[in-house]
Design a protein around this ligand. Structure first.
Ligand code: ATP
Ligand code: MG
Length: 575
């Protein structure tokens, strides 16, 4: 046997199970080799990072196989739906970088056809109007261990069913008085097949069809048939629909539909320290526990966008998370890493001081200003350089000074010398304190003119470089720091407990007295920066002329914080 010849190309990663199925279907010329997917949100809330996974999957698969992905609003439950949500969903999908072109569809556009399909089922003896109440239907349905019981109305004649269904549509009956049910199998081990309800009466105005309908189709029925009407080939949905697949297939098999989609389930994305249920997110918004759907603490796409996440980082996250067939929980740290990786490459650096401590360089001439040239992005030389003014009075971070430095703390302390980013060595020569509180309010320092550019001709070293902003030139800013929304990894675990009690009270900290380098004075809303040594920040839309507001997207990987934390936990120090 011949040895396989080695190829210079790295092996392709194995396909996930969904792409493997589609590859095989295409190879077998199923659906003529065509691939069509859809993203089917219900417009009853804003999209979150879990939806982003589904969007990336559906639009991604379509693009990879030369197919199309539709945006379809599954708007079959008018009580909870609203155009506000439709608009936000469209904005979010676009922002993520996907385009449905002219294929913006609504399940409600098919209400007429879905009604005709229901009549078809009645004519075929496969659907009937039931007069049982919702409670009775539940009781009759049985359970996993108790067989179902047939409704006394199951044997109605086709004529009577047709007449009653028409009267349901014409508004002759009160809400909940009658339903249309599929006639499948009350003894089925799958509860979804025990004569599921297909239509119910609801006198509610629909955001698109107004008061034209007072009967509305149920999700399972409408979803399967909408897929078939649109010629969807692969209907990708989350695991909770696995048990509904037989009903999905039943609808397709028992109606004269133009195409035969295949439903494939994947595990939904779960993230720790947050909740992903639209109902719970809505509760947070309605109770005012967050500042709206796009509060930067929220796992919504709008929240992540406002916080400074890029679409690229979210798409990268979706790819890294991959596809599974079993439920799992992803660490939010992975999402943060995706943001860092992307922002590190693309955003300019800036000097900013969040908790300012004034320092005066006593031997630096009063009134003199030096322009320090700094790289905009050391990772990206083509990003060029900028000039930042340096003068006698500066701000540094309070955290970069300790009157009594702990072991392994290498930053400024009385008598100690550090490098100021991009410029000179400075030594702390004195400390000015508030007479009443004893708080350090100013440092007196000297600088060594020979160390310009950050190196000493005599070869002496400093162990730390800290950032600074010139006091006379600094621009004031408000900076909002964010942390995890909840204090526990699984706040949505038990549905009944009051999950809002688990909110992290320090998930948002507002710093009002921050100082940023003057070049940021006119920073546009949404623009992003790396504040050196601090993290990635983006300009919040709350900014107005003369009032800059930044959101912290994510911190840098902070070694000192880790050392301190390790120490607090009594684990000793590691490097
Ligand atoms: P609900 O049905 O409770 O209102 P939902 O989150 O399922 O909420 P939909 O609007 O039905 O919301 O979701 C649209 C699509 O996004 C569906 O195909 C759904 O399976 C998918 N999806 C929803 N949540 C996630 C998630 N966490 N991970 C992956 N896909 C998701
Ligand atoms: Mg859903």
């Amino acid at each position: 046997m011949k040895e396989p010849t080695s190829s210079a190309k790295a092996p392709e990663p194995p396909l996930d199970f969904i792409r493997a199925i589609i590859t095989e279907d295409v190879a077998n010329l199923k659906n003529g080799g065509r691939v069509a997917t859809r993203f089917p949100p219900e417009p009853n809330g804003y999209l979150h990072i879990g939806h982003a996974k589904s969007i990336c999957l559906n639009f991604g698969v379509a693009a990879e196989f030369g197919g199309k992905c539709n945006l379809r609003f599954d708007d079959t439950n008018p009580t909870k739906e609203d155009v506000e949500y439709v608009e936000s969903i469209k904005q979010d999908v676009h922002w993520l970088g996907f385009d449905w072109e002219d294929r913006e569809y609504y399940a409600s556009d098919y209400f007429g056809q879905l009604y005709d399909f229901a009549v078809h089922l009645i004519n075929a003896g496969k659907a009937y109007v039931d007069d049982l109440t919702a409670d009775e239907i539940r009781e009759y349905r049985g359970s996993l261990i108790r067989p179902g019981k047939e409704s006394p109305h199951r044997a109605r004649s086709i004529e009577e069913n047709l007449c009653l269904f028409e009267r349901m549509r014409d508004g002759e009956f009160e809400d909940g008085l009658r339903v249309l049910r599929a006639k499948i199998d009350m003894a089925s081990p799958n509860l979804n097949l025990r004569d599921p309800v297909l239509y119910r009466i609801r006198r509610v105005s629909h955001h698109r069809t107004g008061d034209r309908w007072c009967i509305y189709p149920m999700y399972d029925y409408a979803h399967a048939l909408s897929d078939a009407i649109e010629g969807i080939t692969h209907s990708l949905c989350t695991l909770e629909f696995e048990d509904h697949r037989p009903l999905y297939d039943w609808c397709i098999e028992n109606l004269p539909v133009p195409s035969r989609p295949r439903q494939i389930e994947f595990a939904r994305l779960n993230l720790n320290y947050t909740v992903m249920s639209k109902r719970k997110l809505l509760t947070l918004v309605q109770k005012g526990l967050v500042a709206g759907w796009d509060d930067p603490r929220m796992p919504t796409i709008g929240g992540l966008r406002r916080r400074g996440y890029t679409p690229e980082s979210i798409r990268d996250f979706a790819a890294r998370v991959g596809l599974a067939k079993r439920e799992n929980v992803v660490d939010v740290a992975l999402l943060e890493d995706c943001a860092r990786d992307d922002l590190n490459r693309r955003v300019p650096r800036a000097l900013a001081v969040l908790r300012p401590l004034r320092i005066v360089i006593e031997n630096f001439p009063e009134g003199r200003v030096e322009d320090v040239e700094l790289a905009n992005n050391p990772e990206e030389p083509s990003a060029g350089t900028r000039k930042v003014p340096f003068s006698r009075v500066l701000y540094i971070e309070q955290d970069d000074f300790r009157e009594v430095p702990p072991p392994r703390y290498f930053r400024l302390a009385p008598g100690r010398e550090v490098r100021l980013r991009g410029t000179y060595f400075v030594r702390c020569t004195g400390v000015v304190k508030d007479e009443k509180t004893g708080e350090v309010v100013e440092l007196r320092c000297t600088y060594d003119p020979a160390t310009k550019g950050g190196a000493a001709p005599d070869g002496r070293k400093v162990k730390a470089t800290i950032h600074w902003v010139s006091a006379a030139h600094a621009v004031d800013a408000e900076v909002r720091l964010y942390d995890r929304l909840f204090t526990v990894p699984d706040p949505g675990g038990d549905d009944e407990e009051d999950f809002t009690a688990l909110l992290n009270p320090s998930a948002r900290e507002v710093l009002c007295d921050c100082k940023v380098e003057p070049g940021l004075a006119a920073a546009a809303s949404g623009s992003r920066y790396q504040f050196e040594r601090l993290g990635y920040f983006s300009v919040d839309p709350d900014s107005a002329d003369g009032r800059l507001v930044f959101n912290r997207t994510v911190t840098l990987r902070d070694t000192w914080a880790r050392i301190e934390q390790t120490r607090r936990q009594g684990l000793g120090t590691r490097d």
